[in-house]
Design a protein around this ligand. Structure first.
Ligand code: 9UX
Length: 72
């Protein structure tokens, strides 16, 4: 049973940032799918809430040097 969360990502200034945020997210245990859009600063993350919480996803992005907040 997966959930899909939308996150606002801050601090992405070039296309390589998108790749690095996606790479971080896809390596997080419990994340099944992550798509990041530079133009909108949005990330859509499909995750297993029995393995990881939305707050832990936020922390993983922030540990990589970006800002993140859960939208819905
Ligand atoms: Mo671009 Mo982002 O030169 O972390 S990769 S600004």
């Amino acid at each position: 049973r997966f959930l899909t969360g939308q996150f606002r990502i801050g601090g992405m200034t070039c296309a390589a940032c998108v790749n690095s945020v996606e790479g971080v997210l896809r390596k997080v245990p419990g994340v099944k799918r992550a798509v990041v859009a530079l133009a909108t600063s949005l990330a859509e993350v499909e995750y297993d809430p029995s393995i990881i919480s939305k707050d832990e996803i936020v922390v993983a992005v922030e540990d990589a040097g970006f800002e993140a907040s859960f939208l819905q």
